[in-house]
Design a protein around this ligand. Sequence first.
Ligand SMILES: *Cc1c(COP(=O)(O)O)cnc(C)c1O
Length: 365
Amino acid sequence: MKIPYVNLSRQNYKYRKNLISIFSKILDSGEYVGGKEVINFEKKISQFCKSKYAVALNSGTDALTLAMHVCGVRRGDEVITTPNSFIASTAAIVHLGAKPVFVDVLDDQNIDPNKIEKVITKKTRCIMPVHLTGRMSDMKSIMKIAKKYKIKVVEDSAQSIGSKLYKKNAGTFGDIGCFSAHPLKNLNAMGDGGYLITNNKTYYKKIKDLSNHGMTNRNRVKNFGYVSRMDNLQAAILNFKLSHLKRIILKRRKNFEIYKKNLSRNIFFPFEKSSEFNTYHTFVIQVKNREKLKKYLFKNKVSTSIHYPIPIHLQPAAKKLGYKKGDFPATENQSKKIITLPIHQDLKKNDIIRICKLVNKFVGN
Ligand SMILES: *Cc1c(COP(=O)(O)O)cnc(C)c1O
């Protein structure tokens, strides 16, 4: 593949020396689960996001689970979210015994705030907007609704570390912001990892305990908990990578500008509004013959991806939720048209121009 969608070994190769010295430092420290690096990461990431507290965890999925748990989401409750996310946001709701209530999306793939009030019931405990592709949902409107109905808000910011809306960071609008450090995310570990941020001290303390078997200390367990801790090794890697994050985001933003300048006007992709600061975890365009374009690019040695080809409400796993084809027209329509082009930080300007030329040629421009 001339232009891979992503190449993680190449991405990490640049840091080979640093990473090997991190591995040996942790090896010798004997601190493997929890430890100084974890404490340090929590401090650094809360500073980066401008939030009071952070908890380092094993995954973005468990961050969502623990966040909703402390927000009081229990069996029989309802959580409002979108059907065009990665499966994990809905799965976390289901595993708490709650019911995901889907709301369709806008052109920019994020939740349509105008459709939220209609689905609020007495059982609605929480709204979970998903900041897809590194672009934030309309949090001003969502928080207005949440305050009016006294509903908690858990932001699925898994794809949006460093993204901003009105200069305010992703994850700091709602009660809790949840992030993933999966290798494919912009701030990535070398294995699973996740974290969450909050300004609420009670939530912070509860989540800290819950993530570690519910233990308040070595011998006392207040609530039955989870095993959701971040490994010290992953924390050490993230501490190192965090020092490169601003540059990575800047590079991805530059890559978007190259796309914007060179892609034909006939191709739809949402522009960045002046209120937004997008981090381009992915760059998604919408075209008519998506499958054909994917094959055409592949033949020309450009690999692409699709996020996501099957909306969650149409997944076999979601059958029991009772939704059907046609329930969310915008999501379903997008799922047939979306294709994710490479935008990672190791791309050269000419790579992007080459992709643009191929896509433009395909659509006939
Ligand atoms: C990656 C992702 C998650 C899950 O994160 P993990 O760390 O893989 O558990 C949740 N929601 C969205 C939108 C994601 O992109």
